[in-house]
Design a protein around this ligand. Structure first.
Ligand code: ADP
Ligand code: ZN
Length: 608
């Protein structure tokens, strides 16, 4: 890492500094000759009245004295002091004596160099910690350009597996880069910025490279954290530099990794580097507004935290196209494993499907790592070919590493998540008027949601009926209901569902006048500040009394409780479907809504 190189350089500066000081001292000392004389001589000269002047320190006396030959010349001398008692005694017996200073070099070394080194060490350690939290914090003076340019990228779409949807979105870009004239003729414009969103290691960088590789254009990349400098203005200068280089080299791909490091919403700042980031971000926005994608510069960026990005970055004309690069499901992992297994020259009989079964939750980089690790293990064990055994051991190692980072969910959790998600889906499918369920997955994504059920609205809706809202609440509660039914226990995974369901219920009571007891009254009063999230709304006092507040709370509870029972009842009826679908979901990690509908239909008794 660059950080380390930088530290080494600073330590060298430190030593060179000390060395220069030592040399200088020696030089100054040698400009005039100082004679070191025994202390007894000094006392003698003193008695002879030869000493002109002295300067006394704790252990030495330095000064000038008249020389022996009465030429009037003055000599510089130095002598080490002897304590007066000893000196007087020695004088009485006319002994010649001199003192000398013991070398205290090692003592000095211990007494100050060691603490200094210790201090410097601690300082670097802290700086490192700080810069880890705040990327780019201590990178002062590092003003060489960090833009990495790659001319002949040899990555192709074939190297990126399991992300077909993302690839499909990128094909158009390549077509443009290959035949820009075709597009110009028609006056079509390309999206300016393409944002790849997805967890780390899913192949975002690889995809961006593949776009460059497929269209045979240069690839410029820089990481967002490298933009942010200690000195205000450097990051902005670097952004300008990046776009300048890109324009000179058009057509080309510019790729900014970790966009969130610069693109964090303004006003979010921590310690230091805050103004700097703002400036860098502003410069990026200016550059983005200024360039014309039809000139052939395609800007791509990647982030795993789209939610912290400044909204300005996502506006039309900026990163207005987002491509999801998600964790692979089982089929995806099979495809990725195939890509990497091809690189092993001596592969034994290993079933890719089995490998995929062993690696739920792993992303592309984990799988690449796995294949590599297995190969190394085979070499170490002096095997002729890489066998299943090595893969199993490699999986264990990698899983242990990932578990520490909480990235792999265990078997029990997978089961809970599967039933939970199916609970949502089944309730949604059983209540008319809810949005159709497109797919259900238990591939972990993000931190909040372990799995998810994707419901697409059939049309854009402005009005919703009471029945529809109730149905929505029921399907939100379906997750927890399924957990309770199957495991007789509930987990914390439903927290977000409950918040959403409560929110809808609250709006029904206080805004839409949909509760009989509370009546057709609009209770919501105070306008809510933007930053007050749903959860805080509950504590905000309206312009109604405590009694009304209690009534509202009771009505909300009633709605939630009723819908929970509705969900529970529906699931009891469809328990067989739930069980069957859960098996399938655990096996495939992803099932289509249509498959679930089919199961439901099959289970229903034929109607006359
Ligand atoms: P990201 O940019 O999303 O963090 P990278 O593109 O840097 O991930 O991926 C790191 C490495 O992991 C790649 O070089 C590749 O070897 C492997 N990898 C990641 N995703 C995939 C994928 N979808 N297909 C094949 N290999 C992948
Ligand atoms: Zn849920």
């Amino acid at each position: 890492m660059d950080m380390e190189k930088h530290h080494k350089i600073s330590i060298w500066y430190f030593f060179i500094g000390i060395w220069i000081v030592l040399i200088l001292q020696n030089y100054l000392a040698s400009t005039y000759v100082i004679q070191t004389i025994p202390y007894s001589d000094f006392i003698q000269k003193l008695k002879e009245d030869k000493i002109i002047e002295v300067s006394i320190t704790e252990r030495q006396i330095q000064g000038q004295m008249k020389s022996e030959s009465d030429s009037g010349e003055e000599l510089y001398f130095r002598t080490v002091r002897v304590d007066p008692e000893t000196s007087a005694l020695l004088d009485t017996y006319h002994v010649n004596y001199s003192a000398s200073i013991e070398s205290t070099f090692f003592r000095d070394l211990l007494s100050w160099i060691v603490p200094v080194l210790l201090f410097v060490g601690i300082w670097f350690f802290l700086m490192k910690r700080l810069s880890a939290q705040q990327p780019g914090f201590m990178t002062l003076g590092k003003n060489k350009s960090k833009v990495h340019k790659q001319e002949d990228v040899d990555v192709r779409f074939g190297d990126v597996a399991g992300v077909d949807e993302a690839v499909a979105e990128l094909v158009e870009i390549i077509d443009f880069l290959k035949n820009p004239d075709k597009y110009r003729e028609f006056g079509g414009t390309l999206p300016k910025g393409l944002l790849l969103v997805g967890p780390p290691g899913t192949g975002k960088t690889l995809l961006a490279k593949a776009v460059a590789g497929e269209s045979q254009v240069p690839f410029f990349s820089i990481s967002g954290s490298e933009f942010v400098e200690l000195f205000v203005g450097m990051g902005a200068a670097r952004v300008r530099d990046l776009f300048e280089q890109a324009n000179e080299n058009a057509p080309c791909i510019v790729f900014i990794d970790e966009l969130d490091a610069i693109g964090k919403a303004r006003g979010f700042g921590g310690v230091g580097g805050h103004d700097e980031r703002e400036q860098t971000l502003n410069q990026l926005l200016v550059e983005m507004d200024g360039f014309d994608p039809n000139e052939g510069v395609i800007l791509m960026a990647a982030t795993n935290r789209p939610e912290v990005l400044d909204p300005a970055l996502l506006r039309p004309g900026r990163f207005d196209r987002q491509v999801l690069v998600d964790r692979p499901d089982k089929q995806g992992r099979i495809a990725i494993l195939k890509v990497h297994l091809k690189k092993i020259k001596k592969l034994g009989s290993v079933s890719v499907e089995e490998l995929a079964n062993m690696t739920p939750g792993m992303v592309g980089s984990d799988l690449a790592n796995l294949v590599n690790e297995a190969t190394l293990l085979a070499v170490r064990a002096r095997k002729k070919t890489v066998e299943k055994e090595q893969f199993e051991e490699a999986v264990e190692r990698i899983v242990a590493g990932l578990e520490k980072k909480n990235r792999v969910i265990n078997v029990k959790e997978r089961k809970i998540v599967a039933y939970h998600e199916l609970g949502h889906a089944l309730v949604a499918l059983s209540i008319p008027g809810t949005d159709p369920v497109k797919k259900i997955t238990i591939v972990p994504r993000g931190i909040a949601a372990l799995g998810y059920t994707m419901q697409v609205p059939t049309e854009d809706r402005f009005l919703m009926t009471k029945t529809e809202l109730l149905g929505k609440i029921a399907s939100l509660l379906g997750g927890r209901a399924a957990e309770e039914m199957i495991f007789q226990d509930i987990s914390t995974g439903a927290h977000n569902d409950l918040a959403k369901a409560t929110d809808i219920a609250r709006s029904m009571v206080t805004e839409y006048g949909m509760s009989e007891k509370a009546g057709q009254v609009y209770y919501k009063s105070e306008p809510q500040a933007m930053f007050l999230q749903a959860g805080q709304r509950q504590s905000a006092k309206g312009e109604y009394g405590d009694e009304t507040a209690q009534l509202i709370d009771r009505e909300i509870r009633n709605i939630i409780d009723q819908q929970y029972s509705v969900a529970m009842e529906l699931l009891e009826q469809k328990k067989a479907v739930l069980e069957k679908a859960a098996m399938e979901l655990l096996e495939k990690e992803k099932i289509e809504g249509s498959y679930l509908e089919k199961l439901i239909k099959e289970a229903e008794p034929p109607q006359e």
